[in-house]
Design a binder for this molecule. Sequence first.
Ligand code: FAD
Ligand code: SIN
Length: 528
Amino acid sequence: MEHQFDFLIIGSGLAGLSYALKVAEYGKVAVLTKTRLQETNTSYAQGGIAAVTYAPDDYHKHISDTLTAGDGLCDMQVVEMVVKEAPGQIEKLIQWGANFDRESSGRFNLAREGGHSEKRILHHKDNTGFEIQRALSQNIIDHPNIKVYEYYFAIDLITQHHLGKLVKRYYNDIECFGVYALDLQTGVIHTFLSKVTMMATGGIGNLYHTTTNPVIATGDGIAMVYRAKGIVENMEFVQFHPTSLYNPGERPSFLITEAMRGHGAVLKNSKEEDFMLKYDTRGSLAPRDVVARAIDTEMKASGEEHVYLDSRHADRNNLKKNFPNIYKKCKSIGIDIATDMIPVVPAAHYLCGGIKVDINGCTSIQRLYASGETASTGLHGANRLASNSLLEAIVYSDRAARHSINCFKKSGFKSGIPVWNDEGTTHPEEMVLITQNHKEVQQIFGYYVAIVRSNIRLQRALDRLEIIYEETEKLYIESKLSQKLCELRNMINVGYLIIKGAQQRKESRGLHYTIDYPNKNPSNDIIS
Ligand code: FAD
Ligand code: SIN
């Protein structure tokens, strides 16, 4: 079945929906999402969204904190632009109906997180993302120009390749004409043609066995662009959140927001020592890469499976008011955060790299934009400052919307696109071949490509991944497509890019720490 839309958006998180609402004034829009509209990383965001609001904070401080966290690899022009456009985009979120907590005076109640020199995080209790997703989803459902396709899995971009033309890697004439997508409820593969496509498929957390990300985060958009020979960069910079709740067997891991540390909670080991001060003068509020590595070191030294977050100093009512979901969640497994220390462990959380985009969200493929966690904009460099990702998504989707509104009229719908051909394929006899490889990928990344890396571990990961790659490609060619099979293939592609990026970076920087090159290479200290 073929569909035609002016604007085609893959993904229904903050990046996809905010772009949809902006372009919908100008043409017909389709939003594809592989599960329900609301099941996104965005919905799980706790701490909030960073923006300069009141003195003594100012743009200079937010820029400087972002650059410090990024460890020399941020793009200065991008950082300045995002920080300065932040307040306007927050205003837009409020107009769409998102509520942020305020003091009785009407001023925003601002929180502080690691790496921030001021209180600048706008939040809605401890479930900011859920509130943003709620507000945007409501506007989307009500919009007459937007059609949402839930349970539609985008398989691949449609490019000249599908018209039988040779497509070379990094060739800047590659064009995106839409996507093939699998209707997960009927098994039928549809052709979606578009004048402009926005890739907003989010992160990759599920490459790891311990992650804060919901199961949707399998790097699909990055893999699609890589296969279409678009440019992907900075994949070695995978951020681990220092404090996910240690609750063996639970997946995704429940996040304990960094805002709790901003509120005075302190990391401790089982001897109740405030160990962070050994590693950084900023203690528990040092940037995430520093904190996650320190926890990893403590756990390896003690042989224990977690450390603790101590919020016992705080008043119970205050904790309940500011962190109601964390309070409730911990209570449900027998932890009273007002009287007990919370067992916490680092978990894969966020990808700083991704599909390379310019300052307007344009990828290296014509008619294709990318925004949100799937994109690499230059804002985060080697390490993202807390709560800068929701911000990046809303700012870049706004810029991409403005750019594509000017461009889409020049493009038509491509004719002659063939329907997806799955002749001769059969349903795999044993799903276990797919599910077991899925688990193996998560083990490989959890053990060999995590917080602390080495040449030997990376090579071992690559060797193991290549075996799984061969098996999966064979299955992909022979089988009727399923979500699990496509996701496994995407995870392998993305995993390959992470390992290759890590092997090529012969230094430790930001989130990429390797025992073979423990120091930074100063010649790479470029802020372009
Ligand atoms: P997402 O919100 O993840 O949306 C991705 C969408 O793409 C989904 O709709 C998914 O179904 C769809 N999709 C993916 N693949 C396909 C496919 N093949 N076909 C069709 N659809 C597809 N950041 C902050 O700034 N502040 C915070 O406080 C914060 N807290 C966080 C807490 C947690 C627990 C987590 C996991 C992340 C947090 N982050 C936070 C990070 C932030 O939430 C994400 O980076 C951001 O929400 C990503 O938004 P997005 O729109 O790019 O992607
Ligand atoms: C958190 O609330 O700690 C997560 C913030 C983020 O990932 O930016």
